[in-house]
Design a protein around this ligand. Structure first.
Ligand code: GLA
Length: 694
């Protein structure tokens, strides 16, 4: 072979290798090139410790297979000790020292904790409470998100950090702020003016605003934009919903201020994320996560023990923000310090939680925090290393889990959860229901969770996504509480059903337009005609007086909420009817279904008990041809699946108090055990990771 053909052959070989690697591993933004596909990390605060101590900490981290530190998110007073005087040398030393121990850094911008010199010199940067009092310095999230002056300080510190670290190979990404100040707002003149300006930009004329909010009611008519108040509860539902949206706009804008300056100064390989909080509802997370590389969340149990269904739902919610894998930026090392009873998770429970996160699409799990600060508000919080600088017993559990991550990581490269079932979530609907619950026991997230639990058990993979997300890939779409259902959203959902989708709407759906005004047609609004049925009247049910329901799904009860339905089309099929109740509901339809286009629309007008919800879910998956992604597992065992690049990986976790045997659909590779088997034995909190090569 000539040297030319040898080179050509070699090149072809290299190309083939590259192509096959690309086919195996589509890039997932949560997986860092050059790093393990799944990572374990900790929140580390070098600024709290003498520098000679750092290396001991990093050595202990490295020994535990910790690969990531998130740092600096509260270190503003250390990075800018006085106005305009920056000191980032120590941080660079910390980042570089971490790298020496094969640990990469995520830098948090410190804007949740402005330093004392700043708030002292510029008190207008501090938030004003609804009662008119300015907050004092000394806690966190004490600045006003709407203060232009504060934003400028945030921009400057983020700029300094990005200039210094935007090209540092050991900095893999950024976290903006910390938990976005719990969405707290300042009730000051600047904020109010910004709110009014924002309303003006949206409504253009006061006439339009007055009409949409029906301000003729209780003489609320506004003649001037400056008359519009910041709602503090008990206000017009239109005003209250717009305020929530404005809050989201302000935090998104605040975030963008920092994103812009980081993007300008940093390499594009560095990701930008924010650490969110599951179902925290301070702002619309679909909006605020849009400009981020990926979403992250802080997964805390607080009191008690992990509820796998709710925790799984929260993971899936976070994955749904951007319909991408995500990170768990913080999770509890055993216990927190902020709940009523800060009990410790059982031994093995945190490991189960870490693997659950991976199963639901997390590619990194970080413990908050590495070591207890000697003073400060969180002295009692769980840690990996005690105040004395030596590992606490929990360190071993993290270390075991991190070693497992490192051992099996390559099986997860390029993989993501893929589902045939979507649950729809909408902040507008959630807020609208929260403003006027009508029954104090109505819990829309609880209703979502009931459907999730039932559907997850049957399908073993559920996406939780925005009601506006693309739906064509799903066999079944369930929207339990779509209270705010304007025309554009109705069209989007109807198109899905028309093209063959199976759409299920739950109670309180289709009542409001985008201004939180009642739709001028009977509930479920734009769905009344396609469904061939409508809500005649709704009822908040008395506590402990459940209503019997029966029909195609068997018999059971409805509680908290019941809607009396009426069919208007001959081919609308009644699936459930109420039994003897308040006279109004007796013998009336509770659930209706009708073929629509190539698909189907179903409306369930009551909060059903768990058993009925489970049978309803069985009916839904059967009608839509949804199959379990794995197959039967015993009670108490959760299975998750990630796929991609020709790989299929399952994670089995046993949450039952005793051991469980799982029979696999066929023999698979048990990655943690390192053997091939068609059976897995799991003790309580036992985990196995399966590579399906068939
Ligand atoms: C939050 C914060 C952390 C820390 C933990 C304690 O998630 O982001 O800074 O206070 O709670 O649980």
């Amino acid at each position: 072979m000539s040297s030319f053909s040898r080179v050509r052959t070699l090149w072809c070989f290299v190309l083939l290798l590259a192509l096959s690697a690309a086919a195996q591993s589509p890039p997932v933004p949560t997986q860092i090139p050059g790093q393990n596909a799944i990572l374990m990390g900790v929140a580390w605060y070098p600024e709290q410790w003498p520098e000679p101590r750092w290396e001991d900490d990093l050595r202990l981290m490295e020994a535990a297979d910790v690969k990531v530190v998130r740092i600096a998110e509260f270190a503003w007073s250390r990075m800018e000790p006085s106005e305009g005087k920056y000191d980032l040398d120590w941080l660079e030393r910390a980042v570089n020292l971490a790298a020496k121990h094969h640990i990469v850094s995520v830098l948090g911008t410190p804007t949740a904790t402005p330093p004392a010199w700043l708030t002292q010199k510029y008190p207008d940067t501090l938030r004003v409470e609804p009662n008119g009092q300015r907050v004092t310095h000394g806690n966190r999230a004490h600045a006003s998100v709407s203060s232009p002056r504060y934003r400028e300080f945030c921009r400057r510190i983020a700029e300094q950090m990005a200039r210094r670290f935007g090209h540092n190979p050991n900095v893999v990404g950024w976290q903006i702020d910390n938990e976005y100040g719990y969405a707290l707002m300042s009730y000051d003149d600047i904020t109010r003016q910004r709110f009014q300006d924002w309303l003006k930009a949206k409504y253009k004329t006061l006439d339009s605003l007055n009409t949409h909010w029906t301000t003729a009611y209780w003489s609320q008519t506004y003649d001037n934009w400056s008359e519009i108040p910041i709602p503090v509860g008990g206000h017009n539902p239109g005003l209250m919903l717009e305020w929530k949206r404005f809050v989201g706009h302000e935090w998104t804008d605040y975030q963008q201020n920092e994103i812009d300056v980081i993007r300008k100064n940093a390499e594009s390989r560095q990701f930008i994320t924010g650490n969110f909080m599951g179902f925290f509802d301070g702002f619309d997370h679909y909006e605020i996560t849009a400009p981020l590389t990926f979403a992250s969340w802080d997964d805390y149990v607080g009191s008690g023990h992990v509820d796998p269904a709710f925790n799984g739902l929260s993971h899936d919610l976070t994955r749904g923000f951007k319909r991408e894998n995500f990170w768990v930026m913080e999770t509890q090392p055993g216990a927190v310090n902020w709940h009523s009873v800060n009990n410790f998770l059982n031994r093995g429970e945190a490991r189960a939680m870490a693997w659950q996160a991976i199963g639901h699409g997390a590619d990194d799990v970080n413990y908050w925090q590495w070591r207890s600060a000697l003073n400060g508000q969180e002295q009692y919080h769980g840690v990996l290393v005690g105040a004395d600088g030596t590992p606490v017993p929990f360190y071993d559990e993290v270390s075991t889990t991190a070693q497992e991550f490192a051992k099996v990581e390559s099986s997860f490269r390029g993989t993501v959860p893929v589902s045939d079932v979507a649950l729809l979530y909408s902040y507008d609907s959630h807020w609208a229901i929260q403003f006027q619950k009508h029954n104090q026991n109505y819990d829309d997230i609880g209703v979502l969770k009931n459907y999730y639990r039932a559907l997850r058990q049957l399908s073993q993979s559920v996406d939780v996504i925005s009601a506006y997300a693309p739906l064509s890939g799903y066999k079944l779409v369930v929207a339990p509480n779509l209270n705010v259902l304007p025309k554009d959203l109705a069209d989007h959902l109807l198109e899905y059903a028309r093209n063959g989708g199976n759409l299920v709407l739950g109670p309180r759906s289709g009542m409001k337009d985008e201004y939180n005004a009642l739709l001028p047609q009977r509930q479920p609004g734009y769905f009344a005609d396609p469904l061939g049925a409508r809500v005649e009247q709704f009822y908040a049910l008395e506590k402990d007086v459940p209503v019997p329901v029966s029909g195609a799904w068997g018999s059971g009860t409805a509680s908290i909420w019941a809607e009396q339905l009426k069919t208007t089309a001959p081919d609308a099929e009644v699936l459930l009817k109420y039994g003897k109740s308040n006279g109004w509901l007796d013998d009336q339809p509770a659930a209706v279904t009708r073929a629509f286009g190539k698909g189907r629309i179903t409306y369930i007008g009551a909060v059903l008990d768990d058993k009925l919800t489970a049978v309803a879910a069985e009916w839904m998956v059967q009608k839509s041809g949804v199959k379990a992604v794995f197959g039967p597992v015993p009670d108490g065992v959760e299975v998750s699946r990630r796929t991609g690049g020709g790989k299929q990986v399952f994670i089995l976790i046993n949450y039952a108090p005793d051991s469980r045997t799982v029979t696999l659909p066929h023999s698979m590779k048990l990655l943690l055990d390192g053997k091939e088997s068609d059976k897995v034995e799991l003790p309580q909190y036992g985990v196995e990771v399966l590579a399906d090569t068939k």
